[in-house]
Design a protein. Structure first.
Length: 114
């Protein structure tokens, strides 16, 4: 079982990034998927989540209107489109699969800095 995040990097405030989470080793469509983030000195925060078929999404108040979560069950991949990035979005972003089991990726660093 693997969850592999990619797409992180260094971006200026106001910029955009698209994170991907590639899943393997389990039936992706059976799992509720989420993005979390962990900034230094802060608690882990739920950023966004998406239902198994992708018809229902939820967002943290801090990212509403700026981030969009999506999934492609045919590609076993989840995405997080992040626009209008702010300094406070700097964190390690993790994908999570919740279903019969609970799986986590290794994380990808997002740094927003001028």
């Amino acid at each position: 079982v693997q969850l592999v995040e990619s797409g992180g990097g260094l971006v200026q405030p106001g910029g955009s990034l698209r994170l991907s989470c590639a899943a393997s080793g389990f039936t992706f469509s059976f799992y509720f998927m989420s993005w979390y983030r962990k900034a230094p000195g802060k608690e882990r925060e739920l950023v966004a989540s998406i239902s198994r078929a992708g018809g229902s999404t939820n967002y943290a108040e801090s990212v509403k209107g700026r981030f969009t979560i999506s999934r492609d069950n045919a590609k076993n991949t989840m995405y997080l489109q992040m626009n209008s990035l702010k300094l406070e979005d700097t964190a390690v972003y993790y994908c999570n699969a919740r279903g019969p089991m609970d799986y986590w990726g290794q994380g990808t660093q997002v740094t927003v800095s001028s």
